[in-house]
Write a protein that binds this ligand. Structure first.
Ligand SMILES: [Zn+2]
Length: 229
């Protein structure tokens, strides 16, 4: 009886070690695959897609039933985009991409609160994303509300979203040009900075493993203007 127990225990230990090896091997393979697209290449894919969108020459890549079946097994998006919830700025369309390509987080004013940072962190740490774009857009309703609130021209209580946008409105106050357009730009820059210095992402940004870019989407032309870092 004892011998049987011992041999059963040995078999179970061997099985456990085999399972652990398999899990470790899979984790290594996933990490290697995820790191295969350099940030410059990933950014180029986004920009190329936007050029097709602007030109009206959409290719609709990765939107077939075959692609659906492929990514149902797992996702390895090549980029993450933090965009506004505005119905006119869906990243998959304006970058002409498909299923499993872009890890998208959308919230009014493309602000980065804790939940947003945690979501983006997931795409970086677990899905292998190495390029993150913060995408603001012209005439953003959330930013307009924040500017009006700041000017005292709107009678409203400042909720969490306007509170997130306030630093951008304050920082851009007094600049030449349109206050909303200035605040939109300042907001993208501040959100990029907040992400780059966040507890979750700062180490990877410092090591160069993660690149954060900023862009402004033009509602009229469909083009994305990249902001200088
Ligand atoms: Zn917006």
């Amino acid at each position: 009886m004892n011998r049987r127990r011992k041999s059963l225990s040995r078999i179970l230990t061997a099985l456990a070690i085999a399972a652990l090896c398999l899990i470790t091997t899979r984790a290594v393979i996933a990490a290697v695959r995820a790191a295969t697209m350099p940030p410059a290449e990933a950014l180029q894919l986004l920009l190329d897609g936007n050029q097709r969108f602007v030109a009206g020459k959409l290719e609709h890549p990765n939107q077939t039933p075959e692609r659906r079946a492929e990514v149902a097994k797992g996702q390895q998006p090549f980029a993450a985009v933090l965009a506004c919830a505005d119905s006119r700025t869906p990243p998959e369309i304006i970058f002409d991409r498909g299923l499993g390509d872009i890890f998208t987080v959308r919230v009014a004013g493309n602000v980065a609160d804790k939940v947003v940072i945690e979501s983006l962190d997931y795409s970086v740490k677990h899905l292998g994303v190495r390029v993150l774009m913060v995408l603001g857009h012209r005439r953003c309703g959330a930013v307009i509300a924040a500017v009006q609130g700041h000017e005292g021209t709107a009678d409203q209580d400042e909720g969490p979203m306007l509170s997130e946008l306030r630093p951008a409105v304050t920082a851009s106050k007094g600049l030449a040009g349109d206050p909303v357009e200035n605040a939109v730009r300042e907001n993208v820059k501040l959100v990029m900075k907040n992400l780059a210095t966040s507890e979750e992402l700062s180490a990877m940004v410092k090591s160069g493993d993660l690149k954060i870019f900023g862009g402004i989407y033009d509602l009229d032309t469909g083009a994305i203007e990249m902001l200088k870092n």
